[in-house]
Design a protein around this ligand. Sequence first.
Ligand SMILES: C[S@@+](CC[C@H](N)C(=O)[O-])C[C@H]1O[C@@H](n2cnc3c(N)ncnc32)[C@H](O)[C@@H]1O
Length: 295
Amino acid sequence: MHTIPLQQTAKTVSNTSKPVTDIIEFYNEATTDYQFWSKSYNMHFGFFKWFTTNPFKRDTMLNEMNRQVLKRVGLLKERGLLADLGCGVGGTMRYALTNNKKLTSIGITLSKFQMEQGNRFLKHLNGVILCENYDHTSLANSSCDGAIAMESFCHGGHHRNSFAEAYRILKPCGRLVIGDAFLKTTPEALCPGGKYFYKNLCTHWNLSRLGSIAEVTEELKKVGFSKVKVEHISFNVAPSVLHVPFAIFGFALKNLFNKESLKKESLHNLKGSFYALLCGLQLKSFGYYLITCIK
Ligand SMILES: C[S@@+](CC[C@H](N)C(=O)[O-])C[C@H]1O[C@@H](n2cnc3c(N)ncnc32)[C@H](O)[C@@H]1O
């Protein structure tokens, strides 16, 4: 195993600021629930690919999403340093590091719980998770070969500051890949049902908002990224989204069986998942995309 200069690349761990306390609280409390969604703690939706993934086996699709993202960032087999901005407990990092021994990875999360748990899981791998804000990390300028943000930039509302920070830490020619749900329109233009689902999705999953795909593409270019490639993958993601009602039902049943009361954050998570499904069905207004761009 390589001895990696991770601590050299990252300066001291910064403190998180007040407006993000709800996100921190949410992930400190609800992270363990995700074990029910994915044994390897993949906290994202999956990518269904004919003859490669089994639509009935969620984890095959969740891991295929990891593979698709790593392929686009160009670090599936190559040597380099990967930043995972909003890494959860490092599900994608572990997939990346297990499959590519030449890779080093630094994950960023707001949640101390995720950092501690994730670093335990990463013990024998070439990666570390820091408890920082992805809008202003301690990573050095031009230090990373690639950066990914899987269903994480939505918490900050797909804000330009997050893109600018990714741009800062990337080496020239380094790639950023964002995998997330976006609006195809403006929030004002949503139908009443769409507005209701969207509002509840944001409330229960602690999302500032979802960026509109056109606006996000422009913002990435303004920040300096080139070759912004936008891929609409809602139909690849749909089979894993359809697992949501079964996962919710199974999770609720497990709690009932164990006579455990549901934590506020767990309930929010379940409701958020339900509204994600309802938003996902509004194909005209919402879409799941992979965005790849180059510094
Ligand atoms: C839905 S989870 C996705 C985790 C991971 N990317 C995955 O796919 O398994 C969202 C993650 O974004 C992180 N996050 C949200 N806002 C953040 C911020 N401002 N700075 C750092 N991490 C943030 C949360 O702590 C959480 O780990």
